[in-house]
Every structure is written in C-alpha cells, then in structure tokens.
Write a protein that binds this ligand. Structure first.
Ligand code: PHE
Length: 449
C-alpha cells in the first residue's frame, strides 16, 4: 500500500508540533486567570497532580493509538474495534467546537497585536482598559473581522500540509515563543514587588482550592491544555514513523506544556502584583490588566508587541492542530481533497464561532444553563466533552484494545524499553477512569467532597 498521508520530517518536528498544539491560549490566557481566581498555588497543585496522574498516561495512549493505526481520530478507534468510532466522533466534535470559540480569542489577540504595533493601545488611560476591551468585544463587526483573519492564518498553515505546513510553522514559532517568554519573564520578576506574584503562584490557599468547581476546572484545564481527550494526539501520532520513542516524546510534550504554563504565570502575576492590580481579574487579565501594566512600564510598547506576538504564535500552533483533527477525518474517511476540505471546514467553523463572538455583546442575554453562548461552548467542550473523551480513551485502551497490545505498540514491538508499563497500565485501567468519574460526579453534585 502506498502511503499518501503526510508524515513528520523528524522527531523534533513532531515534538514541537505536538507541544505547539498543547501550548496555547490554555496556558497563556486561561491558566494564569484560573490560578488567579482559584486560590493560586492550590489550583497549581491540583493541576499538577491531575497532569501527572491522568495527563501523562493519556498522552502516551493517544499517540500510541494514532501511530498504530495511522488514521484520523474516528478511523483509528474504529480500526481497532469497529463499534468504537463514536469515541473518535465525540473528539472531532469537541475539536470543532473548541476551534470555533478559540478563533474568537485568537482574533482579539491579533487586534491587540496590531494596536500595540500602531501604538494606539497606549493612547488609552490606564484605568480605561476595561472599558476599551469591553467596547471592542461587544461590538459586532470588528471582532468578527479579526476572528476571520485568525481562521485564515490557521487555514493557510494547514493547507501547507503536515510536514511543510504544520511542522515547519511549529519549528519557527515554538522556539521564538520560548525565547520571547523568557525575555518577558525576566522583565516581570525583576519589577519592584514582583515577589508577591511569585508567592501567589506557589503558595497555596487551600481554603479556596478544594471545592468541586475548582477541581473540575483543574481537570478541564489539564485536558484542554494538553490537547487531550479529542483525538488531537491520535491525529498527530498518526503521522509518526514506526520507530519513534513514544514515552520520550510524550514526556517532552508534557514538560514543555507545564513549563510554559508556569512561565506564563511568572510573566503575568509578578507584573500584576508589582503594579498593584487584581490577580483574580478573570478572563480579562490578558486584555485589560496586561495592557494597563505595559502602559505604565518603561519600553512597555515594545514588551506589548513581544507579548501579543508570542500569544498569537501559541494560539496558532494550537488552532492548526484543532483544524487538522477535522481535516484529517474528512480526508481519510471521505477521500476528499485536502485543500477543499480545509477551506470548507474553516468556513463552517468560522460561522459556528459567530454566536460565540456575539455572546460578548449583542447576544449577551441569550443564555444556556446560565452561561452565555461563548462560555457554554467552552464549558461544554472543556469540562464535559474532553474529560468524557478521556474517560472513553481509558476504557478503550484498558479494556477493549487491552493494555498489553498498547504496550506492545509503545515498545515499538519489543525493541524499546518502557519500564513503567505495569504502572502505566494500572493507571489507564483503574486510576484515570476513577479520577475522571469521581470528578464528574462531584461536579454534578452526586458525590459531595
Ligand atoms: N491545548 C491548547 C491550548 O492550551 C488548546 C487545544 C485543545 C488544542 C484541544 C488542541 C486540542 O490552548
């Protein structure tokens, strides 16, 4: 059989692309504000616990399914067991939904980048950034324009294909991102009074942390941040050659992702404290507090450009993976042309994102279960679909495909040592599903913690 599917050009290329998928708005926008509203260090501790217990095992499992079957998320499940295509379908649906609202925020980032470059972001009085942001996101036209622009950038990269589009873009954007983050982190932690922000991130306030909502949020955040539970790593794994070291690659992706989340905390929170702002400002942290801080900082205009450029890079290396999950499904399953499929999917996803954008303005009164459309999409995909996808993944690998077959794949059919295989199998079969179920039940109030 001739393989016409794409393939990564190198192991480093795969790691950077997969880490690029993981590192995104989840790390830079969500993590610092979630830590901010959920008790700082306590949230971080729960996050890291779920990350290592559940995240690590699932990451390896997803990559293994992808490499074994060399298929998209749905096709991969079905190739191993013909009744399990639905698990992949849930994932693809999640990807579709996530990209629809992800592009809205991606658009805001482009707008703030443009305004930093033109300097108009600094013509605002520091106290007015909230109003400025509010009036921008609640207007109808402009956010949609930037959302469309973000989708176009995503599409252009995906059109380039796996190795010359996604891999190449990640190889440029990821190192640039690390470099820019380190520059900003050094600036932030050397500001007067910055130490309070560092303390906030590492010193837990347990009173706030052990509430069901915080724990569910931390779990949702792990899935979202690692791009797990929706077949993204299955899809990226399907472009791997047979001889890659999956445990090593998985570990690198996990380390890079957590490193960037903490680094983001260290860029944002010390500056927030140094300038006397509120860490629990919520989603507006990146668009209200941060610009206000840059407006007061020496050379703030340059730091703002670096900041929004790095956020844009992070967002794009993630959005391309979200689009790729959908594209790969349509191309594999329906044998459709990659270019046409990518264009059509991008248009549909853009249209689905419109209500999310309008939820911040004209349609803000439209509520589903008390959430506006944007927050509902985020909550539904991140806190329900992704953990559900993760749960199905554990059951599938643990009990349907069977861990011994999965381990055989992870060990490259015997040529690679995977010394923690028994532990990994135990976590996949028992620990991870139990953690996910308990957190779910707690969230729905069925168990009280
Ligand atoms: N991990 C990405 C982020 O942190 C978002 C994402 C989720 C990407 C799921 C792909 C799949 O921003």
């Amino acid at each position: 059989m001739t393989n016409t599917r794409g393939q990564w050009g190198s192991r480093l290329g795969f790691i950077l692309a997969a880490a690029g998928s993981a590192v995104g708005l989840g790390n830079l926008w969500k993590f610092p504000y979630k830590a901010g509203i959920n008790g700082g260090g306590a949230f971080v501790i729960i996050y890291i616990a779920v990350l290592f217990l559940v995240g690590f095992s699932l990451m390896i499992a997803e990559i293994a399914i992808g490499r074994k079957t060399q298929l998209n998320a749905l096709g991969a499940y079905r190739a191993i067991n013909k009744n399990w295509g639905f698990a992949g379908a849930i994932g693809i649906l999640a990807g579709f939904i996530i990209l629809s609202f992800y592009a809205v925020i991606g658009g805001w980032v482009i707008k703030y980048l443009f305004d930093s470059v033109s300097g108009s972001l600094f013509k605002i009085n520091a106290v007015d950034y909230g109003g400025h942001f509010g009036s921008f996101i609640s207007s109808a036209g402009s956010p949609l324009f930037y959302q469309a622009l973000f989708m176009v950038l995503t599409l252009v990269i995906v059109l380039g294909g796996v190795s010359s589009g996604i891999e190449k873009a990640s190889k440029i954007m990821m190192p640039a991102l690390f470099f820019m983050m380190i520059v900003l982190m050094i600036r932030s932690v050397t500001l007067p009074g910055a130490i309070e922000g560092v303390k906030f991130l590492f010193k837990p306030d347990f009173g706030k942390a052990f509430t069901p909502k915080v724990i569910v949020d931390a779990m949702g955040q792990v899935f979202f941040s690692l791009s797990l539970g929706m077949g993204c790593m299955i899809t990226y794994g399907s472009y791997l050659p047979r001889n890659t070291n999956i445990p090593f690659s998985g570990t690198m992706i996990l380390i890079l992702d957590s490193f960037v989340a903490l680094l983001a905390g260290l860029v944002i929170l010390p500056a927030v404290f140094s300038f006397g702002f509120e860490p629990g400002a919520g989603p507006g942290l990146m668009f209200i507090t941060i610009p206000a801080i840059f407006s007061k900082m020496a050379f703030g205009n340059i730091f703002a450009i670096i900041f929004f450029l790095l956020v844009l890079f992070a967002a794009l290396t993630s959005s391309i993976s979200l689009l790729e999950v959908c594209v790969s499904y349509v191309v594999d399953e329906f044998k459709k042309n990659r270019i046409i499929s990518s264009v059509i999917l991008s248009i549909i996803i853009f249209l689905l994102g419109i209500p999310s954008s309008l939820a911040n303005g004209a349609w803000s009164d439209f509520k589903i279960l008390g959430y506006n459309f944007f927050d509902f999409m985020d909550m539904f995909a991140s806190n329900i679909l992704l953990p559900l996808g993760g749960l199905l993944l554990c059951i599938f690998v643990g009990w349907v495909w069977k861990t011994k077959n999965a381990v055989h794949e992870i060990q490259n059919e015997g040529s690679l040592k995977f010394s923690i295989a028994p532990l990994w199998s135990f976590i996949i079969k028992f620990i991870s599903p139990i953690i996910i179920i308990v957190i779910f039940l707690t969230n729905f109030g069925i168990i009280k913690l």
